[in-house]
Design a protein around this ligand. Structure first.
Ligand SMILES: [Zn+2]
Length: 147
């Protein structure tokens, strides 16, 4: 059952992201119109013998259908991706050649979101409000400029 995904790979990546297997997330499908996750997987991380990712993936609804236990399928999850979901629930996956390229795109999206919302996605409150938050304050606890 693919529905809102282009492929089983995209569905699996989205499932991983929503299962806390991601490298950052922010957004608001309702008002902002999109939710974004960043996810990078190494070949070692996605291996069938890696019980950590396997125990997560086994709860994915398409696990059997997509042959999720095969190494061939797992290899499709290797790489650097931005996964996004829109207000209709449709999921889009963009792959990047390097982690640097992924981070650059992710940070550009993030900056836009912060500009729009005035909120910090890390601690969940107004930008610069939480002096212990590493994203919106500096080492001394002062609010970072919003770019
Ligand atoms: Zn913060």
């Amino acid at each position: 059952m693919l529905g809102k995904y282009d492929s089983f790979r995209d569905s699996a990546l989205h499932f991983l992201c929503t299962s806390d297997w991601n490298n950052g997330e922010f957004g608001d499908v309702q008002d902002y119109g999109v939710y974004i996750w960043r996810i990078s997987n190494t070949p070692e991380e996605v291996q069938v013998i890696n019980t950590e990712i396997t125990s997560v993936l086994e709860d994915w609804e398409s696990y059997e259908e997509a042959n999720g236990a095969s190494q061939e399928f797992r290899d499709q999850l290797v790489g650097h991706f931005i996964v996004s979901e829109n207000s209709q629930g449709f999921v889009n996956v963009r792959e990047f050649d390097t982690k640097e390229a992924l981070d650059a795109r992710y940070n550009a999206f993030l900056e836009h979101y912060i500009e729009w919302s005035g909120m910090c996605p890390r601690h969940g409150g107004p930008w610069g409000e939480d002096e212990t938050c590493e994203l919106c304050t500096d080492e001394d606890g002062n609010p970072r400029p919003r770019s």
